[in-house]
Unconditional design. Structure first.
Length: 248
């Protein structure tokens, strides 16, 4: 099995992920015996109860986590997960149902393992736990940032901060200043979907995006959001903080 090309591909992908990188190969190989390969079709929505049984690692594509008010149908997108991210950390920790809906933004390739062995890894392997705790902290900070934005910032500031959160260091490193920064995780998201991420309305988001275009901050190219002026975008995201400092 270890000589199988597919197995080697999974091991390489897992070893490059944030949660599993740096683990000794014997531990990684033992973990891989519990995983199976899965694919989710683009646009498919899945029952949140799957996280009670299995733990998922994204190999390729984006997964959107959403919550819906069953009475009003109002929807909010909590986060978009990328290659190397995992679903679902909270259920892994407390064993409770987590009422979020995982949606495949692209054709997803994943590997999944039964939840109980993964819980054992946290107890048995300090090397894994040393990766797991910072990753958990990162996810908590992400949710804290969302709550802070919704409670404290106006819509244009929330929009700027949302876009900044999805600008990775890899985007900045590999994209030249001439061509702009391609925000890959926000590819092909409609204004309606961006609005769902900041609890706003499509028309409002569209108005603020148009204003940013006029300022030369960003533009769209083949449904890709391209940042042309990162410093201006940061200024938009820091408006409230500057106002608070001025009034203090």
């Amino acid at each position: 099995m270890k000589n199988n090309l597919l197995y080697k591909t999974y091991r390489h992908r897992l070893s490059q992920s944030e949660l599993f990188c740096g683990l000794p190969l014997p531990i990684l190989d033992d973990m891989l015996t519990h995983f199976r390969f899965e694919t989710w079709n683009k646009g498919s929505r899945h029952d949140s109860q799957i996280a009670l049984q299995r733990f998922y690692v994204i190999l390729e594509g984006r997964m959107e986590l959403t919550q819906i008010n069953p009475l009003t149908g109002k929807q909010i997108t909590l986060i978009i997960l990328k290659e190397g991210d995992v679903y679902d950390v909270l259920t892994l920790l407390d064993g409770q149902k987590h009422n979020i809906i995982p949606v495949a933004r692209d054709d997803l390739k994943l590997i999944s393992a039964p939840i109980d062995p993964v819980r054992d890894w946290i107890k048995q392997h300090p090397e894994f736990n040393n990766k797991f705790m910072p990753y958990l902290g990162k996810r908590i900070r992400s949710r804290e940032a969302l709550i802070t934005d919704l409670g404290l910032y106006d819509t244009p500031t929330r929009l700027a901060r949302l876009i900044l959160r999805y600008v990775s260091q890899e985007n900045i490193t590999h994209d030249s200043s001439d061509s702009g920064i391609d925000v890959t995780l926000l590819h092909d998201l409609s204004n309606e979907e961006l609005a769902q991420m900041i609890s706003s309305a499509r028309q409002v988001v569209n108005r603020h995006l148009q204003a940013m275009k006029k300022e030369g901050i960003l533009h769209y190219e083949n449904h890709h959001l391209i940042i042309d002026d990162l410093e201006k975008l940061k200024l938009h995201a820091e408006v409230l903080q500057q106002q608070l400092e001025t009034s203090a």
